[in-house]
Structure formats: C-alpha cells, structure tokens
Design a protein. Structure first.
Length: 255
C-alpha cells in the first residue's frame, strides 16, 4: 500500500458524489427550468447523500453550484433565468465528503444549438481528455497546457488564461496551479500521489474575459460563446485515476 491510498479512497468518494450529482441533474436540465432550481436540486442531492456543497458560502458565494450560460466563462451565479432553446450551460459541482473534495463540471445543451457551439463543446471536451491522457509521474505541468492549447488553437478557438485548474484534496484550492496553455518540458514535475483538477475554459472568440459587478461571473469580453469541462484527477505510480467519471457513462452532450 502506498502513502496516498487513504487520500485517494476519500477523494473517490467525494468525486463520485459530485459526478452522481451531475448524473442526476442530466434529466432535469431542459427547457423551462431555472438555474436556481438546478442549484436547489444539486444542493438537496449532495445533502441527502452525506455531503456538503463546497461553493456554498465559499468566500461569500451564496449558491451551491455554478451555472455558466452561453458567454459566461465560469462562476456563473444561479438565478431566476429560465433555460431556453439554444442555450448551452456549464454546471460545476464540488462536493465535500469527510473533509475531502470532488470537483467536476459538464456542459449541457438545450434543444437545437448552433453548429459552432457544438464544435466548441466537442473541442473543449476533447482538449480536457488530451490533457488527462498524457498524465503520469515524470511529465511536466507545462505538458498538460501544451496538449490543450495546441489542440484548441488548431480548431480555431482560444484558451482562457485568467483561470486555471488547481490542486485539490482536503482543501478546495491548493497548489499546484494547472494552466491550460503552456510549453512542453516546462513547469514542475508531476509525481505519484498528486491530486488536481483539469478544467479548460475555451472561447469561440478571443481569450479575453472580464468579471461582472457581482464579483463572480466571468464572461467573454467579445460576448462569444464559452465552454468548459472538468475532472478531478489523481496521479498513480504509472498513470492516473479520474475520481469524477460518470457511473452512467455521461461525458458530453447530448446525454
């Protein structure tokens, strides 16, 4: 048994609850539901399954989930906004179980969305997977960013640089920062036992973002669409483990 087995087991439990929350929401996220209702359903599911919602009251945040619609890049605050045909929304869930964290997000689409939005979502998901699949001890953190950035820019989209992935375990956000852009063979070496998120935010237009007056909601400056996916990962002796995979096989829309 290695010295991180207990940590990994606790993170599996937290990660599974986070992913199960998104699985549960999949049948609920449809035209006519408000993002506040999505937030309430997520809060209740996490609570009823032995966890706590990490975003709730975190640095003054007053909701249990983040719901980032269309040109919102991240940290969208649930509201009375009703989902309508053509919307694309990222739902970001972080569950705490026995003081350990599981953090994950997925895109959801409502009705018919434009082809460019579909391509953006596909590219964002694939970029995350490419960043994950190279993981093993000995590679550099910059290798992750390189895989994501090179793929995304080849497809004609841009990588947000104002936000990044992060270390996570019994703390919500810790070192190291996981940049979604970068150069090969740069940055710290990855070692077994590390746990962090990979969560690329990809814009259809330019990479520039701004935070609205609520202090949370980050949007694209040019109002172009944005997409994001996120998993929590642990580095093993010879590869990686995804703690937040869907037990129902849900990964990207359409579900």
């Amino acid at each position: 048994m290695n010295n991180y087995s207990e940590k990994f087991e606790k993170m599996r439990i937290a990660g599974k609850l986070a992913s199960r929350t998104l699985d549960m929401l999949t049948k609920e996220v449809k035209e006519g539901i408000s993002t506040n209702k999505i937030d309430r359903l997520g809060y209740e599911f996490i609570r009823d399954n032995g966890g706590h919602s990490a975003p709730l009251y975190y640095r003054g945040f007053k909701k249990s989930l983040c719901t980032s619609l269309n040109h919102v890049v991240c940290h969208g605050v649930p509201s009375d906004r009703i989902l309508i045909d053509g919307d694309a929304v990222n739902i970001d869930v972080t569950a705490i179980v026995n003081e350990y964290y599981g953090d994950t997000s997925r895109m959801f689409t409502i009705g018919d969305i434009p082809i460019k939005a579909k391509n953006l979502i596909e590219t964002t998901y694939e970029s995350m997977i490419r960043g994950i699949e190279i993981l093993k001890p000995g590679i550099n953190l910059g290798d992750i960013g390189y895989e994501i950035q090179s793929y995304v820019e080849e497809k004609g989209f841009s990588v947000v640089r104002d936000f990044c992935g992060h270390g996570i375990s019994s703390t919500f956000h810790e070192q190291p920062n996981i940049l979604h852009y970068g150069k090969k063979n740069t940055g710290h070496k990855i070692t077994a036992g590390m746990t962090f998120t990979i969560e690329p935010m990809i814009n259809a237009g330019k990479l520039d973002v701004k935070v609205l007056n609520d202090g949370w909601t980050a949007v694209t400056k040019d109002k172009s669409l944005s997409a994001q996916f996120e998993h929590t990962i642990g580095i093993t002796e010879n590869g990686y483990e995804i703690f937040t995979e869907s037990i129902k096989g849900y990964s990207k829309p359409p579900y």
